[in-house]
Write a protein that binds this ligand. Sequence first.
Ligand code: FE2
Length: 441
Amino acid sequence: MPFYTRLGQIPKKRHVQFRRPDGRLYCEELFGTEGFVGPTSTMYHIHPPTQVTGWKTLYTCAPEYVETEVMRMRHVRTSPLKPHGDAITGRVILFGNADCEMAVCVPAEQMNYFYKNGQGDECLFIHFGSGTCWTMFGTLKFGPKDYIVIPKGTIYKIEFDPHLGPDGKPDPKMPFGKYLLIETVNGSHIQPPPRYISKSTAQFLEHSPYCERDLRIPELPLTFDEPGQYEVRIKARNCVHSYVYDYHPLDIVGWDGCYYPYIFNIDDFAPITGKLHMPPPIHQTFEAHNFVICSFCPRMLDWHPQAVKVPYNHSNLDSDEVLYYVEGNFGSRKGIEVGSLTAHPQGIPHGPHPGTVEPSLEATYTGELAVMCDTFRPLFPTKAALGLDDPKYPASWQGEHFPLAAAHLADGRPIGSINGHTREGILPPLPDNAKITDTWT
Ligand SMILES: [Fe+2]
């Protein structure tokens, strides 16, 4: 979607005769958005894309939200999630509203069908694992910390590599890895923020934290001309339907346009830093109608001699904020761990945890990594989220915020914070003669 590209064979002009080696015509399909005035791609199939031999509704996928009238901070641990299902059926929706759904997936098995999300764009953040995403636009190899943006209507299949644990053996907790999913349910498209892109050339501008060179677009192989019975499961109308094709659904010989899936690795995000605290929009990576996706990446901290390094208390008066913790040492914030999700609703402010401001003043760098999704309408949890919920989290701001010697944990490790969510590890090492006070127990 970000820029024009092409792959495979296409005729010299659109909508002209384009013939297979046997003389028959290829089947042109316009893959268009927003009533033919949004981004499009034009593709050429070996077989008519309209030919299907079976169709039925399989199951509903409408999320059931609970506690829709309750406003409170939430901390949801996803590490207890056990592997189940495949890359589609294993998705566990945790939060959502009328604009987007957020899910975490720990697949237990490979997909044995193709999938098409016919009602929204998908953004997968691969936390653990690697593999291949076979799509009608070509092949995308993916690995850890990749965002995979798959626009609405794309037929694809995800094939994971076996995921190995730290000991190099198959990981029973995540046999195929784990990913975070954010998808649109309001008909809008996930795209780079328009302010990053030139209105006259569609080129990424100099102030953008990433550009075309950072995006990995579909590559060969592209075309699979194989007869058989191929199931394509299609999500539409909050149900998953099963359609059967009697040819391989990835039968495109060529396409061109601005509408296609692509990958962006979060480590390629070049953070924007400032003399004083920079607000969350500088971390913005993607957006769709009524929500944004941001990348909080390792970076230098503010360099004003009197800068307060941790974020100020803030009321997101118009947005709910969900943060997914990817990497870093969160040990000083009891309970926050890799794979945790925190949700901070509009309506009440949030900010630094007790004792984190003073100790952060000498910090020069943060090494943490997190993905944030801010929604402009209230988010609701699902029953699955409540099952993973930490009920003590809303009270975690209680305590002395400015202790006189609140500098380090009892064992000497420094305390830090980012975006109001306390972490350790962003401070320089303690001087040998420093006074050690544990502010957390
Ligand atoms: Fe925040």
